[in-house]
Structure formats: C-alpha cells, structure tokens
Design a protein around this ligand. Structure first.
Ligand code: CP
Ligand code: NVA
Length: 330
C-alpha cells in the first residue's frame, strides 16, 4: 500500500515514521525538479491556506507563500498585531473560524501546545512553522540538503554546536534518530536537550541504527563530523538579558575554521538562519559594542567559505514545505 498522510497535521517529526519522512523528501525533490524546469505544478488550485505568525520570519513565511502560490492556492497572512488572535479571541474560537474558511493553517509562535490546539479545534491540517520546542519544516530542508551533498543521510554524523536544547537542535535530534543519521549535541551540559526528549529519541535511534551522543568537548564534537550545524545563541521569545550568559557559555562552541578543519575532509557547514556572523545587523553591532565579539555562533570566514551550504538549505525550505502541504492537502 502506498503512503498516505492526507489530512494529517505536521506538528513534530516524532509523529511521522521514517518512510513518511522519506516520502515527503521524495516529493520535495520532484517539486524542486519541476520548479527548475518551469513545469506547472498548481495541483492544489481552488484551495486556500492561512499563515499565522506570532514571531517574526523571513524564510518560513516566504517559503509558505511561494510554495502556496506555485501549488495554485490562495494564501492569507495574519500576525498577532493585525488579527484578534489571543487578545480578543481565544485560540479555540480562532481555530474554529479558520477551519471553516481555509484548507490548511501554518502557525509560528511560542508554546507547542498552541499549535497542537489549533490542529485539535480547526479540524484541518496544521503545519508547525516553529514553536519554542520544535521546527519540523526546517528539518526536511536540512535533510534534503544533506542528501544532495552526500547521497544519503544514513551513517553520516551531524554535530550541533550551541544551544542544544532549542527548537532547531531538538528537531535535529529527532530527525536524525528517525532517519538513521548520527547526531551529536556539542554544548555545555546545561544546554543539552531535555532528558525526556533524549529518551524518546534514543528509543527511535535503537530501531534505525542512529547513534546519539552528547559532549561538552568541541574537539570531540567536530571529530568525524560530516555536518557542522549551528544556530543563534538566544532564540526568539527568550529575554535579551540572556546574551551575556550565553556568550560566556557558548563562545568555545563557535563554529570556526579550526573546528571545520577537525571534521571530515568533505564536511559541510549548515545553519537554519538568520545568523550573527558579522556586524551587519543591529544586534550584531550591539553585541560587538558590549562584548567585543565580531561574530557569534559562526565566524564570517566559515559562513562565507567554500563549505557553507546555508543558502541552498534556505532555498530547500520552499521545496520541502511545498511537499508537506501537497502531501497533507492533496
Ligand atoms: N530558518 C527560519 O525559520 O528562518 P525564518 O525565521 O526567517 O523563518
Ligand atoms: N532557534 C531560532 C531559530 C530561528 C529559525 C529561534 O527560535 O529564534
């Protein structure tokens, strides 16, 4: 029997099997090919989706908008400032209204329970565009990028340097466990993923042969790595006062040329973006003035170097989000 995830929500990759994730990656490759050939793929003409953003975004919003348009759908954008959501209308009521008008909902915000409730009350597929806990659409783009580079993800090692209990690191651990890729969280112990999630992922990894490791030693993290991955040190929704503490904790985990040199010869650098790799942003400049750091989670040298794949990864957000919407709405 063929795989069928029509009507399902996409809230965390913990809900999907290895085969279902591979199915979405296969679809994404096909959509990428069609986009590059200029082949029409407006298969969801007549459908409408709404994008709810309680946190800011460039990639995720644009990926959903372009993917929605390419599939022939109507796309509506709502943020918390310009809608009643939260302030004047409960989440359950909002979900019930949207479920009567739209075919699918994208949500980016804070608690994972909110995206789960949206799915529960709307009765239509809901796609998690990032919560405090998970960022599952990012993972499909990341795995597509790794596959494009190395052929397959199985048996490769991805090391995450930085705040290893944030949404991106949590999701990387889940997707690696699901797909049989080795995952290493390289961070100070207080920033390792929560024990409960580690246990869930270890159980999955046992089935797929993925090896999950946790280390405070940057050299051990870089050793034998095929992918060196990092993300910003303070995530959206966290207090600004955390910067000083995070800089102190995470400076040794900055991805620099020395760490790239310790990894495998053909290793690549990845980052979900946005990134503080120079002083060309307001926060980047502020951090420089306060702490004297020219770059944070990755040096400019690595970010602009020949091993960096973050912009291909960003493009792949669009192809993979298209696959998720098509698979759940078709
Ligand atoms: N990687 C990512 O989700 O980027 P945005 O915050 O710009 O959507
Ligand atoms: N961890 C980051 C990811 C941004 C795409 C954040 O939540 O801000």
């Amino acid at each position: 029997m063929g795989l069928n995830i029509r009507g399902r929500s996409f809230l965390t990759l913990l809900d999907f099997s290895k085969e279902e994730i591979e199915y979405m990656l296969d679809l994404a490759r096909e959509f990428k090919r069609m986009k590059n050939c200029g082949t029409d793929h407006s298969y969801l003409r007549g459908k409408n989706i709404v994008l709810l953003f309680e946190k800011t975004s460039t990639r995720t919003r644009c990926a959903f908008e372009v993917a929605g348009h390419d599939l022939g759908m109507g796309v509506t954008f709502l943020d918390s400032k310009s809608s009643q959501m939260g302030k004047k209308e409960s989440l359950a009521d909002t979900a019930k209204v949207l479920g009567r008008m739209f075919d699918g909902i994208e949500y980016r915000g804070y608690k994972q329970s909110v995206v789960e409730d949206l799915a529960k009350y709307s009765g239509i597929p809901v796609w998690n565009g990032l919560t405090d806990d998970f960022h599952p659409t990012q993972m499909l783009a990341d795995m597509l990028t790794v596959e494009e580079e190395f052929g397959k993800v199985q048996g490769r090692k991805l090391t995450f340097f930085g705040d290893a209990r944030n949404n991106v690191a949590n999701s990387l651990m889940v997707v690696c466990a699901k797909l049989g890729m080795d995952f290493c969280a390289c961070a100070p112990k207080e920033l390792w993923p929560k024990e409960e999630l580690i246990e869930k992922c270890q159980a999955v990894a046992k089935e797929t042969g993925s090896v999950l490791t946790f280390t405070e030693d940057p050299a051990e993290g870089a050793k034998d790595a095929d992918v060196l991955y990092t993300d910003i040190w303070v995530s959206m929704g966290e207090p600004e006062e955390l910067w000083a503490e995070r800089i102190r904790l995470l400076k040794p985990y900055q991805v620099d040329q020395a760490k790239m040199d310790m990894a495998k010869k053909d290793a690549i650098f990845m980052h979900c973006l946005p990134s503080f790799h120079d002083r060309e942003t307001d926060i980047g400049e502020e951090i420089y003035q306060k702490f004297g750091l020219e770059s944070m989670e990755v040096t400019d040298e690595v970010f602009l170097g020949p091993k960096a794949r973050q912009f291909r990864e960003a493009e792949n957000r669009m192809h993979t989000i298209k696959a998720v919407m098509y698979a759940t709405l078709r």
